[in-house]
Design a protein around this ligand. Structure first.
Ligand code: RIB
Ligand code: CA
Length: 313
């Protein structure tokens, strides 16, 4: 089967970095047409730089990396240095990138790529705030029907919020953008905290990264050791949740995940619940389903896949 053509929209972020590595390590299943950086975990100047550093760590300096939106559609940017450190990639010491940043704006790359490929042949994989995707949809509404699938990391239902009591970070940073994406009509698959909090980098799993005896394995071990502090302190979990790599793993082995096709709406007005993904998991509303909202992951299978693929880089 031909590899899936994707654009990764990202705010690296250690877990974004692992998602990019997993995608770049899997050319039989995934063709990365480009990586578009967005402001999120850290400001855009850092997310676009971090994206390039990760591509070079993967040994793929030919990857096309674009800078996108530096602030949410309507709100002040909220960042997450308290989780990811001031660089966004704290943990390993990686060299500054030498590969170029593409001149085109990320939003134009998304639009041009969707218009330049046959309809329904390009998948968008946002793993940060949805500002770039929403801006592309507003600038070129025709692209909505051309998207094969949007597979995103964001939201939460049973797990509730990680940045507020009710909201997950990616959705919270730009709830208006999330509202546009969730209403755009493209096939939508959502990896919420309900799933990603089951993908924990335990000490044993971290040791498996180190046992790869490679710069990639060591860097991933250092990344996850750094950012697990936040979740250990907050949730008492055994290790860092690998949020964003769930998106790449789904493209390679979808059977690792299960969920429901339900209605998911975004809270954009209440200050109390701003950015909440109101997931109708029990089908109690008459709102039409618009997203496959994942609830379960085979975490051993996920880590076996991830570790094997990282070993290829
Ligand atoms: O809430 C987790 C999400 O927010 C992940 O994508 C992480 O990288 C941050 O962007
Ligand atoms: Ca992210």
């Amino acid at each position: 089967m031909a590899p899936r053509k994707i654009i990764i929209d990202t705010d690296p972020g250690q877990d974004d970095a692992v998602a990019i590595l997993l995608a770049l390590a899997s050319p039989q299943e995934i063709e990365v047409l480009g990586i578009t950086a967005v402001a999120g975990n850290v400001p855009l100047a850092l997310t676009q730089k971090n994206a390039r550093m990760v591509c070079e760590l993967a040994g793929k300096p030919e990857t096309l990396v674009f800078a996108g939106c530096d602030a949410p559609l309507r709100r002040k940017l909220t960042t997450a240095e308290h989780v990811h450190g001031k660089t966004g990639l704290d943990g390993p010491t990686l060299p500054d990138p030498t590969m170029p940043l593409q001149q085109a704006h990320a939003v134009d790359f998304i639009i041009d790529t969707l218009r330049g490929h046959d309809p329904k042949t390009v998948t968008l994989c946002p793993v940060g705030p949805l500002t770039n995707i929403a801006t592309a949809l507003r600038k070129a509404p025709d692209i909505a029907d051309r998207i094969q699938e949007i597979v995103l990391m964001g939201g939460a239902y049973f797990e509730v919020g990680n940045i507020t009591p009710t909201a997950e970070f990616n959705i919270y940073v730009d709830p208006e953008a999330a509202g546009i994406v969730f209403a755009c009509g493209a096939p939508l698959t959502v990896m919420p905290l309900d799933v990603t909090h089951k993908a924990l980098v335990t000490a044993k799993r971290n040791a498996a990264f180190r046992a790869l005896n490679s710069p990639v394995g060591d860097a991933v071990a250092l990344m996850t050791e750094f950012y697990e502090r936040f979740d250990r302190e907050k949730y008492g979990t055994d290790g860092a949740p690998l949020h964003d790599p769930c998106v790449a793993a789904y493209l390679i082995r979808p059977e690792l995940f299960s969920g429901r096709f339900i209605n998911v709406e975004i809270e954009t007005s209440s200050d109390l619940t701003l950015g909440m993904t109101v997931a109708d998991w029990w089908g109690v509303s008459d709102r039409a389903p618009n997203a496959t909202f994942m609830g379960q992951v085979d975490s051993d299978g996920f880590f076996a896949l991830l570790t094997e693929r990282l070993g290829r880089l």
